[in-house]
Unconditional design. Sequence first.
Length: 188
Amino acid sequence: MSDADNAVLLLVRVVVGLIMIMHGLNHWRGGGRIEGTARWFTGLGLRQGVLQAWMSVLTEVGAGILLVLGLLTPLACAAVISVMLVAGLLAHRPNGFFVFKDGYEYVLTLAVVALALAVLGPGRWSLDHAAGIDPTGWTGGAIALGAAVAATGGLLGTFWRPEPKTEAEPAAEAVAENTPEQVDQEAR
């Protein structure tokens, strides 16, 4: 692998890692803080909103740090993919594809980039390389995708219990009640 290849892998790892760290910190310290994030998650049909909020913070910040360091890269990628799957399925899917309509475009992009990174590996400039950890190619991708699907299925199977919608309460309006923007407004 050339220095240019390694530089690109480092760039992708650091950018996606920092995005995840900032997203996790925002769930913790931004807008409505943990309480607002918990209300939003509860509005999406997840039970034990405070637990979900803290698990989201820990998963996003932890995965971001691991990506920046290039450590346990397939597992870090699995965490990113799982978070994006949950967000895509519960928060963004009802809104369609485009991000400007709060659709799943952005979370799909992050999930696919994380999967590509798991397949390509973290590159030579990583702690994985220094430690001789090298699950790349189909193995790295299978680890990331398999762990992500299992974690997503486990989370949804355990905690997702959406309230039945009545005819007077369309699904989009129920989700909109606790959007991040509204949580941010409440915090002000």
